[in-house]
Design a binder for this molecule. Structure first.
Ligand code: NI
Length: 188
């Protein structure tokens, strides 16, 4: 299909809440293919529709590495139905070129969604794996939440954004995560 332009942090649509998909139509299939083409072209692990300017609840993930065969997973109208534990995750995002910072994530998640054929499935990702963290990262994009909103250290995040000439943190968007913080403190 097509490699699309990835919107960068600062674009207002990245902060919008995306709409549910009512039918896995050809339009949605084309969108899924564009998401995959764009994600692979940029060597990303995941990409959400709002990042290419489509505010609908669709994202794709592929955590295969090195010589492993491609393993794309498509999530349409996803819902995280269970989450537990806490893990520190060093993350970046295709909408934040080169900027990485530590964020708080749940260690285990269970998610239900529709696949590219409109069939429901449930997936569990445990132990703070890349998949578990990517699911949370991409899911957030559908609600206009960005990884920096979960930062462990806002001053560090701020300086990373500045270093890569990205807009500053929005303090109002920072998410209070007492539970995760306490658990992470106990793990240390
Ligand atoms: Ni992202």
């Amino acid at each position: 299909m097509a490699i699309r332009k990835v919107l960068h942090y600062g674009e207002p649509s990245l902060r919008e809440k995306s709409k549910e998909v009512h039918k896995v139509s050809k339009k949605i299939s084309d969108l899924v293919r564009d998401l995959l083409d764009t994600m692979y072209a940029q060597n990303g692990v995941g990409l959400a529709a709002p990042q290419i300017g489509e505010n609908v609840r669709v994202f794709v993930i592929d955590v295969a590495t090195g010589n492993e065969p491609l393993n794309p997973i498509v999530f349409i109208n996803p819902k995280i139905i269970k989450k537990s534990g806490a893990v520190k995750s060093n993350e970046g995002c295709l909408s934040f070129p080169e900027a990485y910072t530590d964020v708080k994530r749940y260690k285990n998640v269970m998610i239900k969604a529709l696949n590219e054929h409109g069939k429901p499935f449930v997936m569990e990702a445990k132990d703070g794996t890349l998949l578990a963290r990517a699911i949370q990262h991409e899911y957030d994009h559908l609600d206009g939440i960005l990884f920096i909103d979960h930062c462990m250290n806002r001053f560090e995040a701020e300086s990373v954004l500045q270093k890569y000439s990205l807009p500053p943190l929005d303090p109002e968007k920072l998410i209070e995560e007492k539970e995760l913080e306490e658990e992470l403190a106990n793990n240390d």
